[in-house]
Design a protein around this ligand. Structure first.
Ligand code: SIN
Ligand code: FE2
Length: 215
């Protein structure tokens, strides 16, 4: 392999499963999201310190949910910031997915639901997922609805990135070196899928927060 080739490689531990979920299974996941949102409505996350809104809205499944606001910043919380109620339980299909695509011996406590909306031109800036206590566990994400350009770089901010277009039903795993690589969503191809009832893209990101043995 030449060094030229190595520039075109995704980091080790990055895995992409195109169309992992069938259209019927995708519809089932959207139903599960709808049921989740009925008790834990989408909330508007804001950036630490500046309080600037993110362009996505969020909710979560699981015993912990990822939240962010001006006052307390990025963190995991057992309850919804607006309702004060626990997050809805992880849909079994997602627990089964985790077991199939990772060899991590405990299921994720947190599954973040991000909704990318056409009217907000939602996308996601480059970042590393590092609010978890156990950074060895992989991150597993499911794409539903409109396609998106997912970008992944290296461990340092600002380096070269690779792009991959993710379609509804695709699954991405960030394990190994990829787990701590910068990544983001540079573009969503709005209006291409009719799966999400009010349009746009939903991404489900499953993360193990605490080490094995913790609940
Ligand atoms: C994220 O990493 O926060 C979201 C990734 C995605 O939407 O595909
Ligand atoms: Fe992320």
């Amino acid at each position: 392999m030449t060094s030229q080739d190595s520039h075109n490689l995704f980091p080790s531990g990055f895995a992409h499963y195109p169309l992992y979920f069938s259209p019927e299974e995708q519809a089932g996941l959207i139903d599960a999201v709808k049921q989740g949102i009925a008790v834990a409505p989408f909330f508007q996350p804001t950036m630490p310190r500046t309080g600037a809104p993110l362009s996505v809205v969020m909710s979560n499944f699981g015993s912990l949910g990822w939240v962010t606001d001006k006052e307390k910043g990025y963190r995991y919380e057992p309850c919804h910031p607006k309702t004060g109620q626990p997050w809805p339980k992880l849909p079994e299909a997602l627990g089964v997915l985790w077991d199939k695509v990772t060899d991590f011996p405990a299921r994720p406590e947190a599954t973040l639901i991000n909704w990318y909306r056409a009217d907000k031109a939602s996308k996601m800036g480059m970042h590393v997922d590092n609010d978890e206590n156990d950074l060895r566990a992989p991150v597993v994400s499911v794409s539903l609805g409109d396609p998106a350009m997912f970008r992944i770089g290296g461990p340092k901010r600002g380096g070269p990135t690779q792009g991959i277009k993710l379609y509804s039903g695709d699954v991405v795993v960030l394990a190994g070196d990829a787990r701590l690589c910068h990544h983001g969503v540079s573009k969503v191809y709005y209006g291409e899928s009719a799966l999400v009832p009010k349009g746009g893209r939903i991404n489900l990101t499953m993360r193990r927060v605490n080490g094995i043995g913790a609940t």
